[in-house]
Design a protein around this ligand. Structure first.
Ligand SMILES: [Zn+2]
Length: 241
C-alpha cells in the first residue's frame, strides 16, 4: 500500500491510498483529473472517496466522483445522518469518528465562527493495518490502540503566528497546533506505529523542518516521520513486527 499526497493544506486536500488492485481517495479538495493522472488513469481501482467535512478545501470536487459512479462517503454532508458512520468498500474498512468536545461542541468552525461538523477516520486494510486520519479539529479525544499509521494535522505553532494580524486567533480556531498534535502522537505511539505524516500545515504559521524534528523527538519506537506536501509518497505496508 502506498500513500500519495496530491495536496495538503488550505489550497486543497487530497490523498490516495493505493495498491495494485485498489485505491481509496481521502478528501476531494482537488479535481478528479489530478487523481486520474496519479492513478495512471486506472480509475476502476477506486473503491471509494471519503471526506471529513463540508469545506471546499476538503470536498469541493466530490460531485465529480459521484457523477463518475464512484461510491462517496461524506458523513458531514448535509443533511447529516450520524447513524451511518461505517463504510466498507473492497478491502477497506472505514470508520468515521466525531471530533467534538465532551459537551458535544464540534471542534471545527466555519468562517463566521459557527460550528462545523467534521469527522476523522479510522481505516483498516489487510495490507496496511490501521491508519488514523484527523484534520481540521482543535484536538482528538479518542485513543487508538496499536495503530500502525497516523496522519494528523499540525497546522501552526504559536511562535510562528503573527499576533499583529487582526483576528489571528479567529483563524487558528478549529485547527490543531503542533503541541496538540505531538500530544496526540505521543498518546498513540506504540511499537507497531510505522508512519507519522503531518498534514495541513499552515503556509504562514507552520515550519515543516522544525515540525518534523519535534515529531521525531516525540516518537519513541522509531516510526518514520513525514510532512505532507504535493508529490510525497509513503510506503504504508504493514511490517511483520
Ligand atoms: Zn475546514
Amino acid at each position: 500500500m502506498r500513500l500519495k499526497v496530491l495536496g495538503s493544506g488550505s489550497s486543497g486536500n487530497c490523498y490516495i491510498l493505493e495498491n495494485d488492485k485498489e485505491a481509496l481517495i481521502i478528501e476531494a479538495g482537488l479535481p478528479f483529473t489530478g487523481v486520474k493522472k496519479a492513478l495512471d488513469f486506472n480509475v476502476m481501482k477506486i473503491k471509494a472517496v471519503i471526506t471529513t467535512h463540508f469545506h471546499i478545501d476538503h470536498s469541493l470536487y466530490s460531485l465529480q466522483y459521484v457523477q463518475a459512479g464512484i461510491p462517496v462517503f461524506e458523513p458531514c454532508r448535509p443533511p447529516i445522518k450520524y447513524s451511518e458512520m461505517r463504510f466498507r468498500k473492497g478491502n477497506f474498512d472505514i470508520r468515521a469518528f466525531e471530533n467534538r468536545d465532551k459537551s458535544g461542541r464540534w471542534l471545527h468552525n466555519n468562517g463566521d465562527g459557527s460550528e462545523c461538523p467534521c469527522v476523522g477516520f479510522y481505516i483498516t486494510h489487510p495490507e496496511m493495518g490501521s491508519l488514523v486520519y484527523a484534520t481540521d479539529t482543535e484536538y482528538v479525544r479518542w485513543r487508538f490502540n496499536g495503530v500502525n499509521h497516523i496522519m494528523v494535522e499540525a497546522n501552526y505553532d504559536m511562535q510562528f503566528v503573527n499576533r499583529e494580524e487582526p483576528n489571528y486567533e479567529h483563524r487558528l480556531r478549529g485547527h490543531m497546533s503542533l503541541p496538540t498534535a505531538l500530544d496526540f502522537i505521543s498518546t498513540n505511539d506504540n511499537p507497531a506505529l510505522r508512519n507519522v505524516v503531518l498534514i495541513h500545515l499552515s503556509d504562514k504559521s507552520g515550519n515543516p523542518a522544525l515540525f518534523k524534528q519535534k515529531t521525531e523527538e516525540t516518537v519513541k519506537y522509531g516510526a518514520d516521520v513525514y510532512v505532507a506536501e504535493r508529490g510525497l509518497e509513503v510506503d504504508m505496508d504493514l511490517c511483520p513486527f
